[in-house]
Design a protein around this ligand. Structure first.
Ligand code: CDP
Length: 575
């Protein structure tokens, strides 16, 4: 039996939240047993479609995929598969209707989802604005921002019963009358801490911003225009707030709906908490990420992408993620119905930056973009082929008729196949870089769970330095003093300084270009932070917004270094 080789950090993460525990809180499961439990549970969907299929064979394939670190599903699958909860999805979007009853239905549904480790996204755009008429009481409405704090309190109170705290995404359309309050709601109140916030940006708004025109604010209850604002002024307000605090993000809602595979089922108005998964109301999605660093072959002292291995991983991963939909236990009936009718899965990658290190290709150059496009085009093409094969065996997804896939003559099992998740925790378990992000530092610690700090040292840097002749005993110390970077350290040859580039040496423009490269082949969206240096001006934020829109991104989140005192990642000493 293949055994797992996990780093000490990975084992710590697993022990804290993932491995089964006794009533007394003792860990009663090994990492191998965890992967076995998950593989067995997810393979159970097979006989349902094909009685002759041997589920033990599938189980072994799924086990091998995870235990070798080639692929990991999202945290809820690792935590809950084959256990009492059996809630396997990370991403949910819930509708919020414009009545007390509908709002509190959504609050209750949020509590149920958070309890099981899922994160929820909402559009509050259908709520009437603050101070608008409430007919039944003759009073006035509190407005979207005020109701968001109710959801926030709910999240706070649930704290996910020992798994993890559910994240939320709150979205408001840019043409909602309360938009200015919303843009500043986290800074002003300091209270909505369990939410990420994003403004849903329309094409009309972007046109008005470009031409320096006004655009209308519309009361969703009456559909009447209540006011007009300068689009540039509003975009500037967003940029100023994002420059100061990292939020709000932008969600390009019209761009997203142009590639909505099932427009006949509904319009997309929101995303999951980290933004990579736009979903219809009540839809859920399970994610999984391929570790690119584990798909390299070594030829002498160089690395190449192992396309054959990658193809095998993609096929098994699509099979795995499609099975998850069937063995998943859905917390709410409406969620089960639409999730099973669209069968969206989110297959993506992690370890991209580490793969580039090993390929000797800098992140911030055309070659870096080319590798991203090549890899993601491959994941998407093989993913579609595999989803097509599943469709032959298991049928196309039930809402396929009338979909964009039908119009293109594409028979697939899943309405979305590819996505790029942040892989915040699973990349720690796989011991690689997160999603499609560059490394933040070559030596660092991560503040994780309950303020604990875990140190990381990049092994491959030592290997390359020894091989290329720039190793010395004090190199690591120098990198620490140089804020985790090799940039400007004399003994490191310039070409290796370029290869081992870190997030802060990459200009916002290259960050956006890389996001766009991944977006091109992601059916859903891409989780990515556009890092800005601490001395960047507000106009650089606006420039990044315009470029992201121009290049077809579905959203954008910027973060200026040092903007928040509690930022998750910090450059630091390892000693
Ligand atoms: O690595 P892991 O599977 O734990 O998750 P991720 O890739 O960092 O995040 C994927 C999605 O999980 C997010 O976009 C959220 O929808 C959800 N999530 C959450 O609800 N709460 C968290 N604390 C982390 C993630």
């Amino acid at each position: 039996m293949q055994t797992v080789t996990l780093s000490p950090n990975a084992i710590r993460v697993l022990e804290k939240r993932y491995l089964a525990k006794s009533a007394k809180g003792e860990v009663i499961e090994t990492a191998e047993e965890l992967f076995r439990r998950v593989a067995k549970n997810i393979a159970e969907a097979d006989p349902h479609y094909n009685a002759t299929e041997d589920p033990a064979k599938t189980e072994d394939a799924f086990y091998a995929l995870m235990v070798s670190g080639r692929f990991l599903p999202n945290s809820p699958t690792l935590m809950n598969a084959g256990r009492e909860l059996q809630q396997l999805s990370a991403c949910f979007v819930l509708p919020v209707g414009d009545s007390i009853c509908e709002i509190f239905d959504a609050v209750k549904q949020t509590a149920i989802i958070h309890k099981s480790g899922g994160g929820t996204g909402f559009s509050f755009s259908r709520l009437r604005p603050k101070d608008d008429l409430v007919r039944t009481t003759g009073g006035v409405s509190s407005g979207p921002v005020s109701f968001m704090s109710v959801f926030n309190h709910t999240t706070e109170a649930i704290k996910q019963g020992g798994t993890r705290r559910g994240a939320n995404m709150g979205i408001l359309r840019v043409d909602h009358p309360d938009i200015l309050d919303f843009i500043h709601c986290k800074a002003d109140t300091g209270k909505i801490i369990n939410f990420n916030i994003s403004v849903a940006i329309t094409d009309e708004f972007m046109r008005a911003a470009r031409e320096d025109k006004d655009y209308p604010l519309i009361n969703p209850r009456t559909r009447e225009t209540v006011k007009r604002l300068s689009a540039r002024m509003v975009l500037d307000e967003i940029a100023k707030e994002a420059h100061a605090t990292g939020e709000p993000g932008l969600f390009f809602v019209d761009v997203t709906n142009r590639t909505n595979p099932t427009p006949h089922v509904g319009e997309i108005e929101a995303t999951n908490p980290c933004g990579e998964q736009p979903l219809l109301p009540y839809e859920s999605c399970n994610l999984g990420s391929i570790n690119l660093e584990r798909h390299l072959k070594r030829i002498d002292d160089r690395y190449e992408i192992d396309w054959e291995a990658l193809e095998g991983t993609i096929r098994t991963s699509v099979h795995f993620l499609d099975n998850v939909i069937d063995v998943n236990r859905y917390p709410i009936r409406q969620i089960e119905e639409i999730t099973k009718a669209n069968r969206k899965i989110g297959l993506g990658v992690m370890g991209f930056a580490r793969m580039l290190f090993k390929l000797g290709v800098p992140y911030n150059c055309l070659d870096g973009l080319r590798v991203a496009q090549q890899v993601m085009a491959f994941v998407r093409r093989v993913g579609y082929e595999q989803s097509g094969q599943l469709a032959e065996l298991r049928g196309v997804y039930p809402n396929w008729r009338g979909s964009l896939h039908e119009k293109r003559g594409q028979r697939v099992r899943n309405a979305y196949i590819t996505t790029i998740a942040p892989t915040g925790t699973v990349s720690m378990i796989a011991d690689t870089s997160g999603g499609c992000e560059p490394e933040f530092s070559l030596i660092w610690y991560k503040n994780v769970m309950d303020g604990e700090k875990l140190p990381y040292i990049l092994d491959y840097l030592i290997e390359a330095a020894k091989r290329e002749g720039f190793w010395s005993e004090d190199l690591l110390e120098r990198i620490v003093k140089n804020k985790g970077s090799v940039n400007g350290i004399d003994q490191v040859p310039p070409e290796w300084q370029r290869v081992f580039v870190t997030a802060h040496e990459i200009s916002p423009e290259w960050h956006v270009r890389m996001q766009a490269a991944f977006q091109e082949y992601s059916d859903s969206a891409v989780s990515k932070t556009i890092n800005l240096p601490s001395d960047a001006g507000v106009e650089e934020v606006t420039k990044a917004y315009l470029l992201a829109y121009e290049l077809g991104c579905k959203g954008i989140t910027v973060y200026r270094d040092g903007a928040r005192p509690d930022q998750v990642m910090n450059v630091g000493s390892f000693r």
